[in-house]
Design a protein around this ligand. Structure first.
Ligand code: ADP
Ligand code: MG
Length: 219
């Protein structure tokens, strides 16, 4: 089973948007997908409730109110982490994942919070036995925004104690398509291709990375 965690302690960083769109993407590809909502706010569960029968089904796991138990037949597990997940709460989530994606909004406030969050990830890393691969994506990026360069510089500089980086994978542009998708319970990959082509383009590097061994634990 492929397991992907989306996390960042900062609320509004794009976790649920990334988690639901990834879940929809893999479901549309024909995979048996489970979406585990670990956030008591339940935004991913809400999204699943809106999901129309015309698109591929996704299994809902309300992991904020029960155990994160996954059927053996599931191909892809996407986990949407709660905001304000710090310190000791991080390892149990990271342990469940082969890959973790940290979306960061390119605003000064979000970048400062992300600096602290990456420090926390480094501090708990030794408590996580599995070799979870952590990468970052920039989220809600305005086309042509200047702060994006600052964010890229910052994200490129994030290194693990081993000297390895948290690779920076892509930008996800600010787009009303995500609001429409959230409302309808679909992903942008299940909306009209012509209307979402510009958004999908930014996902391509992330989807490619997730399909490559570079995003998987070694051995
Ligand atoms: N790329 C984007 N373009 C436009 N709106 C976005 C984008 N990503 C997230 N949003 C919106 O920003 C808000 C916060 O995003 P969300 O994914 O819920 O963050 P989190 O789960 O980290 O709290 C939501 O209203 C969401 O629809
Ligand atoms: Mg959320």
């Amino acid at each position: 089973m492929r397991s992907i965690l989306v996390l960042n302690a900062k609320g509004g960083s794009g976790k649920t948007t990334v988690a639901t769109n990834l879940a929809g993407y893999y479901a549309a590809q024909g995979a048996k997908v489970a979406l585990a909502d670990c956030d008591p706010q339940g935004s991913s569960i809400d999204w699943l409730k809106q999901r129309p029968t015309s698109v591929a089904p996704i299994i809902a796991i309300d992991a904020a109110n029960g155990p994160l138990r996954v059927a053996r037949s599931v191909d892809v597990l996407i986990m949407d982490a709660p905001s304000r997940t710090h310190g000791d709460a991080l390892p149990p989530l990271l342990k469940r994942a082969q890959t973790a994606i940290v979306p960061v909004v390119p605003s000064p406030v979000d970048i400062r919070a992300a600096i602290r969050f990456f420090q926390e990830l480094r501090e708990v890393r030794h408590l996580v036995e599995n070799d979870v691969k952590i990468a970052t994506v920039a989220s809600r990026v305005r086309d042509g925004a200047r702060t994006s360069d600052d964010l890229e510089d910052f994200l490129m500089d994030q290194k693990l104690p081993s000297g390895r980086r948290f690779p920076f994978i892509t930008w996800l542009r600010m787009s009303t398509n995500y609001l429409k998708a959230a409302e309808k319970g679909v992903s942008i990959f299940e909306m009209a291709p012509a209307a979402t082509a510009a958004d999908r383009e930014y996902w391509a590097p992330l989807l490619k990375w997730l399909a490559s061994p570079r995003s998987l634990p070694e051995g």
